[in-house]
Design a protein around this ligand. Structure first.
Ligand code: KIV
Ligand code: ZN
Length: 389
């Protein structure tokens, strides 16, 4: 892989599914996994096999049926977790990845785990060594890394790489980081972990302050070469970094991020978003970047006029490249004459200037009374003109 290749690690089926109300059946998860493979993600985290028989079966099914991406299962640094994950992933063969994690921050060490630094270090190293006995590709996550003392984080990362971790993941578990600080942490690790070049540095950001995508992008700029996230940003609490947003930011602003390459098929983005929404039962907010219903809908008259003259006046992404049919110009009270005329033409009407003037003023009256002016409203207005004596 080149220096600029970014590994896309999708955890929609694990961290995304942890979101309250998002749980899916094994059949639904399999369908999503197949679509993620078409989308071209590099790694699918299919579940947490030890947590339930259903999750175990689902990881096993995905490992058996989905080809292309690596299939990953999550485990704590505990033998029963690691054994369950290894067993669920067996059918993936060389394409299997095991993801072990352990919290490293002081607050988690003290209150959740009641363990000191040395004990945490020992458990992490043993977890990685045990996972390595089953599967070559081992990822280690230092849970709550962004709130961990950087010196301790660097020491533990160095040790897990020595133990065989091939990817080291730096999660912002509680969405506490801010971009420049998170990027500094990544740079700090590059400067202080002697064997860092032996592993891929990954980031995994949560969205509690709405910064998950920004933090992920800052970390990529600082050298991270795997990014973890979910489709539509679903996940614990306020969710995970939305992969479609990261991908489109990198694509659209290559000038700002450098020429980062991914294996993503952009044209599959919208389809994947819609499938995840249907299967998880979680609606996508209308104004969500890239995949929300309004992402390419222009309402203001000035904007609609601009779009009709040249799309790029108000659009930085061509919606067609990610699977949308076209930009939309919904007719509302904000619309101007240009959008009205355009719609009337699309409906097949060729009208005189005076007729359009009349329709335009009636159109504004309707717009003041309801949210949208529909084609049926326009057709009635045109018929009104044609039957005038
Ligand atoms: O947010 C987190 O820290 C996690 C880890 C298990 C990677 O989801
Ligand atoms: Zn997470």
């Amino acid at each position: 892989m080149t220096q600029n290749r970014l590994i896309i690690f999708d955890t929609t089926l694990r961290d995304g599914e942890q979101c309250p109300g998002a749980s899916m059946t094994s059949r639904q998860k399999l369908e999503v996994a197949k679509q993620l493979a078409r989308l071209g993600v590099d790694v699918i985290e299919a579940g947490f096999p030890v947590i339930s028989q259903g999750d175990f079966e689902s990881v096993r099914e995905i490992a058996t049926q989905v080809k292309g991406p690596k299939i990953c299962g999550l485990a704590r640094c505990l033998p029963k977790d690691i054994e369950a994950a290894a067993s669920a992933l067996e059918a993936a063969g060389e394409a299997a990845r095991i993801h072990v994690f352990l919290a490293t921050s002081q607050i988690h060490r003290k209150y959740k785990l009641a363990k000191d630094e040395e004990e945490i270090m020992r458990i992490a190293v043993e977890g990685v060594r045990l996972a390595k006995r089953y599967i070559k590709d081992v990822e280690f996550s230092a849970e709550d890394a962004s709130r961990t003392e950087p010196e301790f984080l660097a020491r533990i990362i160095q040790k897990v790489i020595e133990a065989g971790a091939t990817t080291v993941n730096i999660p912002d578990t509680v969405g506490y980081a801010v971009p420049e600080e998170f990027a500094s942490l990544i740079r700090y690790l590059f400067d202080h972990v002697q064997n860092i070049d032996k592993a891929v540095v990954s980031v995994h950001c949560h969205n509690d302050l709405g910064l998950a995508v920004s933090n992920s992008l800052a970390a990529i700029k600082a050298g991270a070469r795997q990014v973890e996230g979910t489709i539509n940003g679903i996940g614990e609490r306020a969710g995970n970094a939305a992969l479609e947003e990261i991908i489109m930011a990198l694509h659209t602003r290559a000038d700002a991020f450098g020429k980062i390459e991914t294996g993503i098929q952009l044209k599959e983005i919208l389809r994947t978003s819609r499938l995840v929404s249907r299967m998880s039962g979680l609606a996508v907010q209308r104004n969500k970047a890239v995949v929300g219903e309004n992402a390419f809908a222009h309402a203001a008259g000035i904007h609609q006029d601009g779009i009709l003259k040249k799309r790029e006046t108000y659009e930085i992404i061509d919606p067609k490249i990610i699977g949308w049919e076209q930009s939309e110009l919904p007719l509302t009270k904000h619309s101007g004459r240009a959008a009205l005329e355009n719609r009337l033409k699309l409906l097949g009407f060729e009208l005189e200037k005076e007729e359009i003037d009349n329709i335009f003023s009636q159109f504004k009256e309707i717009g003041d009374k309801k949210k949208f002016v529909y084609d049926d409203d326009l057709i009635s207005l045109v018929e009104g003109q044609m039957t005038r004596v």
